[in-house]
Design a protein around this ligand. Structure first.
Ligand SMILES: NC(=O)c1ccc[n+]([C@@H]2O[C@H](COP(=O)([O-])OP(=O)(O)OC[C@H]3O[C@@H](n4cnc5c(N)ncnc54)[C@H](OP(=O)(O)O)[C@@H]3O)[C@@H](O)[C@H]2O)c1
Length: 244
């Protein structure tokens, strides 16, 4: 708990489009947020400013999650400032297309090291703190419905997200009953402004005929924060897209 009695959340990827909305929503539910950014310092600073309006003790720190030493260092900074960890949200993620058969080692490493290795070592640092606490804490990882689908041009990305789903189950079983570990698998929620995407065509492939809204993901996270009897689950929030 912080000086003002708030719960504490460590979050990676809060400088992201969806990540920023998640951080704000969690702050609104009474959490102080310690979040990391990697390349988007300005976006991170804007996000921190918004979060601090509702959760003034929140902090941010630089961390490249593809480097375990950076993760350790971010957690060391976290421990200097906070005495407990109630919630980890592991949201940092890299995403770009990698058509087969031309995937380079550098592309593979960039996607798998950020998404899978980064999530693993972030979760490992978190459980080292959470295990010693005399209360139940939570981890929420961020995967993607593509972990269940066959996207020919995104193999390293989808493999990394499938790996996160497996890690979620392993951590859930290993650290029960002290730590509840679940994952959110969004469909298409946000679209980067610099990317040209056939939105109409995408919506036609979604049974609910619309893209998701960050609020849909925030509601799923709120549900997990309020649930005491769910662990090891992947919650899909995709308007029914995996049914195709
Ligand atoms: N948005 C969607 O529609 C959607 C759909 C399916 C799944 N998801 C998943 O939901 C989560 C949140 O998505 P989003 O929209 O916020 O993603 P985003 O806008 O692409 O943001 C990615 C986030 O990850 C961080 N990141 C990237 N590489 C990093 C590295 N090496 N070290 C540390 N941080 C790094 C970025 O930080 P910097 O910018 O500071 O580098 C940023 O905060 C992700 O896990 C994503 O895969 C999202």
């Amino acid at each position: 708990m912080t000086h003002s009695g708030q719960k504490v959340c460590f979050m990676t990827g809060a400088s992201g489009l969806l990540g920023g909305e998640i951080a704000l929503s969690v702050a609104g539910q009474g959490y102080t947020i310690f979040f990391t950014w990697n390349s988007s310092e300005e976006k991170a600073a804007q996000t921190l400013e918004k979060i601090r309006r509702i959760s003034p003790e929140s902090q941010m720190s630089h961390c490249d999650v593809s480097k375990p030493a950076d993760i350790s260092s971010a957690f060391a900074t976290f421990r200097e400032q906070f005495e407990q960890l109630d919630l980890l949200i592991a949201s940092a993620s890299n995403f770009f297309s990698t058509p087969l058969p031309d995937v380079s080692e550098q592309q593979w490493d960039s996607l798998v090291d950020t998404n899978l290795k980064g999530t693993f070592f972030t979760m490992q640092e978190a459980v080292r703190i959470m295990q010693k606490q005399p209360f139940v804490s939570r981890i929420i990882s961020m995967t993607d419905i593509s972990a269940e689908l066959v996207w020919r041009n995104f193999a390293p990305y989808t493999v990394s997200k499938a790996g996160i789903q497996h890690l979620t189950r392993v951590f859930a079983k290993t650290f029960a009953p002290q730590i509840l570990v679940n994952s959110i698998a969004p469909g298409t929620i946000t679209i980067h402004p610099d990317k040209e995407v056939p939105v109409e065509e995408m919506m036609n492939n979604i049974p609910l005929k619309k893209l998701g809204d960050p609020l849909d993901i925030c509601r799923a996270i709120t549900f997990l924060l309020e649930s005491d009897y769910i662990t090891g689950q992947i919650i899909t929030v995709d308007g029914g897209r995996v049914l195709q």
